[in-house]
Design a protein around this ligand. Structure first.
Ligand SMILES: C[S@@+](CC[C@H](N)C(=O)[O-])C[C@H]1O[C@@H](n2cnc3c(N)ncnc32)[C@H](O)[C@@H]1O
Length: 309
């Protein structure tokens, strides 16, 4: 992870539009996300791999379970970022034909370094336009923590449908319902209260298409894009414990909103978040410990009841 405490205030076309109470368009969203990922390359992986569910799995491992172990399938990681999910799949089964797509070149550089000599095809492209991928050529499309960021979303789902084989599957890891992880809504509200001091309508207008954020609207969207498919959404919770300031830094990394804060405001937010996340347990070296829990959901779209083997 490079520079999660960026010293410059984030000022993208997206935040400028929001500050003027305007609804930013898709290009402004792309510019905003690229700016955050350019300045904080690899932050998602640093946060997501730190949190585990009750069975000991992080969210990459939970999503990767959709891919059977012993098959030689073609799998596309859509919005692969720095490539942690591809690495898990590659280490597990060398017979997979793996591809990764992302629109952020800095994240792809990290992915290329980590996956050197793997033969995995990494492509810079937007998810709305997967011209590098042939029709009916992919068995499984995975998307870890990125569907929530995509707007427009319908062309993305249409592209996924186009590239999948007729028995193909699409699985995505997205935020889960706030109320399933204890204390999560309070963390969300605290971070957003700081952000809204700078940009009052942040939250009312947020990244991506709001339909991805609710289970029912997500399910409706998936049914519409894949009318013949079975659609399921499972919920899980991942958590972490550790020195409380580190826990607060990692927790805030799950919220893109936190990246727009000015450094001094961000420091204050982390201090208050640390107080919120502190638990009574104290480590051997007397450092205050903290705990953070995050709700996650796994969307699974199966185009055929015959399972992929
Ligand atoms: C939260 S990160 C997740 C990265 C990776 N999947 C992971 O979980 O480590 C979101 C990623 O989505 C990518 N992304 C967002 N919108 C995209 C779009 N429309 N097309 C392609 N990539 C996109 C960003 O560049 C970023 O790398």
């Amino acid at each position: 992870m490079k520079n999660i405490n960026n010293q410059n205030r984030l000022n993208s076309i997206w935040t400028k539009s929001l500050a003027r109470n305007l609804h930013p368009n898709g290009n402004a969203l792309v510019d905003h996300l690229k700016t955050i990922h350019q300045e904080n390359t690899g932050f998602t992986e640093a946060c997501a791999s730190s949190c585990r569910d009750e069975a000991g799995r992080n969210s990459y491992e939970w999503l990767s379970e959709v891919v059977p172990d012993n098959a030689s399938l073609c799998v596309l990681d859509l919005a692969c970022g720095s490539g942690p999910l591809l690495k898990i799949l590659f280490d597990r089964n060398k017979n997979l034909n793996l591809k990764g797509i992302d629109m952020c070149p800095e994240e792809l550089v990290l992915a290329k370094t980590r996956l050197k000599n793997s033969g995995i095809n990494l492509i810079e492209s937007k998810a709305q336009n997967l011209t590098a991928i042939n029709d009916n050529s992919i068995d499984i499309v995975l998307c870890h923590w990125a569907l929530t960021l995509m707007d427009p979303i319908v062309p993305v789902l249409d592209e996924i449908k186009r590239v999948l084989t007729s028995e193909g599957q699409f699985a995505a890891l997205v935020d889960g319902p706030m109320n399933v992880a204890s204390g999560y809504a309070e963390v969300h509200d605290l971070i957003y209260s700081y952000v809204q001091e700078e940009i009052p309508c942040y939250g009312e207008i947020d990244l991506g298409d709001p339909r991805i954020r609710g289970s029912e609207s997500l399910s409706n969207l998936a049914h519409k894009a894949f009318p013949e498919a079975s659609v399921t959404i499972e919920t899980n919770v991942v958590s972490m414990e550790g020195p409380v300031t580190k826990v607060a830094e990692i927790a805030s990394g799950f919220f893109y909103a936190a990246f727009i804060l000015k450094p001094e405001k961000r420091k204050l937010m982390i201090k208050n978040l640390s107080n919120m996340l502190a638990i009574s347990k104290v480590s051997k070296d007397n450092e205050r410990q903290g705990r953070f829990s995050m709700p996650i959901s796994r969307l699974l779209v199966r185009q055929s009841i015959k399972s992929i083997k």
